[in-house]
Design a protein around this ligand. Structure first.
Ligand SMILES: [Zn+2]
Length: 274
């Protein structure tokens, strides 16, 4: 796992490692987990309730992780992610939704936004791209789940446009973090996936690179997410890419591809402090 000046790894005394974007302001609590320090099999910190893991272990993992990063399981709000494009505004009334029980998570939802303090947006990932948004002017935040489908449908761009509508967020002020997820190095796709990007993106040079195999491509989800945000006016300097591939680092993070679908989930947590 590489460490660069835009994304750093921190260690909490209770045994949790997590990443943070260095350009995010202090009024947010932010953390992207790793697999270390949990109660699941092999001491994994699986943070998802829907992967067939022991529910009690996941709740203990969530409690420990939230505590380590300065939040609390009572504050988290989490959706049932479906690779769609529904974005939901959440408030104090939603705290705890999906925290202990998958059934009461926000259904059919792949991005959350809020301007309320101590409402911790919490989404789960294994290769899909976590996109974190901080509006330092209006004190508002957003968090999107962008797999290939969400990235093709520009869920990140749509999340920011929702923040603009609801909070007055200006793209030129918004800070964005693209957290660890599968890199182009390990993400080979076929024409079925490539076609969805050809439909939505005018410039594909940095997104789809030919593979050595005919009809296969290396898809760069990080660049695609960056590009769709620049398209609506986010300055490139405001966008930090962690540049850490989950498949290359499957022993540290979780990778759906590298582990053939049998794996846990890391989580990204983002909240406004009181
Ligand atoms: Zn890789």
């Amino acid at each position: 796992m590489s460490i660069n000046d835009t994304y750093i790894t921190r260690y909490s005394p209770n045994g949790i490692w997590y990443g943070q974007f260095t350009h995010f302001p202090d009024f947010v609590t932010q953390a992207v987990s790793t697999r270390f320090g949990g109660y699941s099999q092999n001491n994994d910190l699986n943070l998802a309730l829907h992967t067939g893991d022991n529910t009690e272990h996941v709740i203990k993992n969530r409690t420990k992780f939230c505590h380590a990063v300065g939040s609390s399981i009572e504050h988290i709000v989490t959706p049932q992610q479906v690779h769609g494009e529904r974005i939901v505004y959440v408030t104090e009334a939603d705290r705890g939704r999906g925290a202990w029980n998958y059934a009461d998570a926000i259904s059919d939802c792949d991005a959350l936004i809020t301007d309320r303090p101590n409402v911790a947006l919490f989404l789960c990932f294994a290769d899909c791209v976590p996109v974190l948004f901080v509006d330092p002017v209006n004190h508002a935040i957003g968090l999107s789940h962008a797999g290939w489908k969400g990235t093709a449908k520009k869920i990140g761009q749509k999340t920011l446009l929702q923040m603009q509508k609801r909070f007055g967020t200006k793209p030129k002020n918004c800070l964005v973090g693209i957290a660890p997820s599968i890199g182009a190095c390990c993400y080979e796709v076929d024409d079925y996936v490539a076609d969805e990007f050809r439909k939505e993106y005018s410039s594909l040079d940095t997104i789809l690179m030919p593979s050595t195999e005919e009809g296969k491509y290396h898809l760069d989800l990080w660049q695609a997410n960056q590009l769709q945000l620049e398209e609506i006016g986010v300055p490139s300097d405001n966008i930090a890419i962690a540049d850490i591939c989950t498949a290359c680092n499957a022993k540290i993070l979780f990778s759906y591809r590298a582990e053939q679908g049998k794996t846990g989930r890391i989580a990204a947590l983002l909240a406004i402090k009181e």
